[in-house]
Design a protein around this ligand. Structure first.
Ligand SMILES: Nc1ncnc2c1ncn2[C@@H]1O[C@H](COP(=O)(O)OP(=O)(O)OP(=O)(O)O)[C@@H](O)[C@H]1O
Length: 613
């Protein structure tokens, strides 16, 4: 809270200082440059959400700038709308275009997304330059109504103050949005899409949202330029403008202050280089390369690196006041009922069939283990159950509802949480933010509450922090709450992933080799951890190669071989099942059946403990 007030005070002081500049000078060139810095900041601040936070590169935002510019031009010059109303309409229209483009464009990613956005930019450029009747091409639209104050047109100073106010408001809103649930979700989408989905974040929805935010701010930027100039023509809308916006964001860096740094440096550079248009493009190219190589996190990243090195690491206050973890999984059911059932589940990759007509039942309150030799299809089954891999055939009922074909985040939100064999943590985020991401769907405050910084958002964030700390305390991780997840020892990272999965409040928790890479002591502790999770009423299905662990904690063991269920039942029964022994030893099943195994070899393969059987 304190830091919140400090920040607000900082914003007011900054605003007052910049607001003083037009009082001290009436130099038209300086005022114009200040105005342009503000406009570029506006455009870049939204684009930063898309590029910096959500990690989606766009090279077509000049097209969205054009939507805002031409909306306000046409509405005021041709239809005589009130200029303020037209200005608002420009933002809305750009947002609508943002949705329409984002829906198909964000189905692809990386270079393909860049190509689609370039395509959009080029189409807009062509439309405004060729469709003369409406957009008047190079000749342009004159008579655009400027914004007014008290019925008077804004003068050069007032334009600076207006753009300053808009910039400050945008900063406050985006900061509020990005510091909470939405910022975490955007970064999760950026870092690990599968992991984001698996904690209940709809990756597609968040990408579209980021695109729309960037569209709206670019639309407002276009409207401001047009209304200030009282004119727009097709020469404004170029591929270079898209590159310029992207460059501001990449050069500035991902922090909320990045776009400001980028806008100041690049607008000044642009004004300076205007005299030598020949070197302009060369300089931008060189700057982009420099930014990418020397400052991969942009100017703000480089600066914050310096300050972090100087300042002490922010410590998490000790919380002895935390209530004991009180939550139980949602509508916890009595033990021994069918929680999940698959029938005829089948998946083939060419000739490989990792899931072959599997019928399994998972009972509430039990710890189920899934074992089998390497390549038996265990991970594939977990991926199918959590929605990451679609089955070719068969049904899955979870809590009485079919989940085949449902997106991963929906399955998670129904109460199915998971961890991964190869850790999928959000490595650049703190431990507590990783856990808060698990709570994503349980944070009720929505977009507007966060954007406008309403008390409900602040309250929900505090609740999420408390619950996350409870979970961390439950798993003995509280001391690591503020550490970057990726910086921790491997065993601790595994536990953080478990904490994140627990935060989704699962009824069924799928653990893919939770003991992999753990030392013997950590493995022994894991047995207690799994038991205490079960004692919370959470059902567990785990894949494990450590047979000691499987035998110690399982109520029920399912054995797979070549995608088929070859045995299931109590651990002791499975341990002595001839088919299981044959599968592990690689001996001929018929032979095993003919001559029942001696107890010694039975225990040997299934009691190897540390080995990766
Ligand atoms: N995306 C894929 N494309 C092709 N083959 C795949 C794919 N995913 C899994 N497989 C194959 O399916 C089989 C089962 O793999 P899976 O990872 O499910 O086994 P596993 O029992 O979890 O093995 P391990 O114990 O080694 O983790 C393997 O032969 C694997 O090569």
């Amino acid at each position: 809270m304190m830091s919140q007030y400090k920040h607000l005070l900082g914003v007011i002081v900054f605003g007052a200082l910049v607001g003083l500049i037009p009082v001290l000078t009436d130099n038209g060139f300086y005022l114009k440059v200040l105005f342009l810095i503000g406009v570029n900041y506006l455009a870049a601040s939204g684009l930063n959400v898309l590029v910096g936070y959500a990690g989606q590169k766009s090279l077509g935002h000049a097209g969205l700038f054009a939507v805002g510019a031409y909306t306000t031009a046409l509405l005021t010059a041709k239809l005589g709308w009130n200029p303020w109303l037209a200005f608002a309409a420009a933002g809305v229209m750009a947002g609508v275009f943002g949705v329409v483009i984002a829906l198909p464009a964000l189905r692809v990613k990386g270079p393909a997304l860049a190509m689609v956005t370039i395509g959009f930019g080029v189409v807009v450029e062509k439309v405004v330059s060729e469709w003369q009747d409406v957009f008047a091409g190079q000749q342009g639209i004159y008579g655009v109504l400027p914004l007014t104050f008290n019925g008077e047109m804004l003068d050069a100073r007032q334009w600076v103050w207006l753009v300053l106010l808009l910039g400050l408001a945008t900063h406050l809103m985006l900061r509020s949005l990005l510091r909470g649930k939405f910022g975490r979700a955007f970064m999760a989408v950026n870092t690990a899409e599968v992991a984001a989905e698996s904690v209940g974040v709809s990756v597609y929805r968040y990408k579209v949202l980021a695109f729309v935010i960037s569209a709206v701010t670019c639309g407002f930027a276009g409207a401001l330029i047009t209304q200030q100039n009282q004119y727009i023509n097709s020469d404004f809308i170029t591929f270079n403008l898209s590159v310029f916006f992207l460059l501001i964001v990449l050069f500035g860096g991902r922090s909320v202050y990045g776009p400001l740094l980028g806008a100041v440096v690049l607008t000044l550079l642009d004004a300076f280089l205007a005299r030598w248009p020949g070197v302009q493009h060369f300089t931008y190219g060189a700057l982009l390369l420099f930014a990418l190589y020397a400052m991969p996190n942009g100017l703000s990243g480089a600066l914050s690196g310096i300050f972090r090195r100087r300042g002490a690491q922010k410590a998490m206050p000790e919380r002895s006041d935390l209530p004991p973890m009180a939550w139980a999984p949602r509508d916890g059911q009595p033990g021994g009922q069918v929680l999940l059932r698959t029938q005829g589940l089948y998946k083939a990759y060419g000739g490989v069939v990792p899931t072959n007509n599997l019928d399994i039942e998972i009972q509430t309150g039990h710890v189920h283990s899934l074992i089998g030799p390497n390549g038996a299809g265990k991970t594939t089954l977990l991926n199918i159950l959590s929605g990451i891999v679609p089955p070719s055939k068969g049904s899955i009922e979870f809590r009485g509802t079919s989940i085949v074909g449902r997106p991963v985040h929906q399955i998670c939100n129904m109460g199915l949480g998971r961890t991964f064999q190869n850790l999928k943590l959000f490595a650049d985020m703190s431990v507590i933010d990783n856990v808060k991401l698990g709570l994503h769907q349980h944070i009720r405050a929505g977009f507007w509450a966060y954007l406008l910084g309403l008390p409900t958002a602040a309250r929900d964030e505090v609740k999420a922090t408390t619950e996350s700390l409870q979970i961390l305390q439950f798993l003995g991780l509280q001391a690591h709450a503020q550490a970057l997840a990726g910086s921790l020892p491997y065993g601790v990272q595994r536990r953080v992933e478990l904490a994140r999965a627990l935060a989704t409040r699962p009824q069924l928790l799928l653990l893919d080799e939770p003991a992999a890479g753990l030392n013997p002591q950590e493995t022994a502790e894991l047995v207690d951890v799994i038991r205490s999770i079960r004692n919370l009423g959470i059902t567990i299905l785990l894949i494990e190669h450590h047979m000691d662990l499987v035998m110690a904690i399982s109520d029920h063991v399912i054995v797979l071989d070549y995608g088929e269920k070859i045995a299931e039942g109590l651990p002791t029964a499975v341990q002595s099942n001839p088919r299981v022994i044959a599968a592990y030893l690689g001996t001929d099943e018929e032979e095993e059946d003919l001559s029942p195994p001696h107890p010694a070899p039975v225990r040997a393969p299934l009691g190897l403990g540390e080995s990766h059987v």
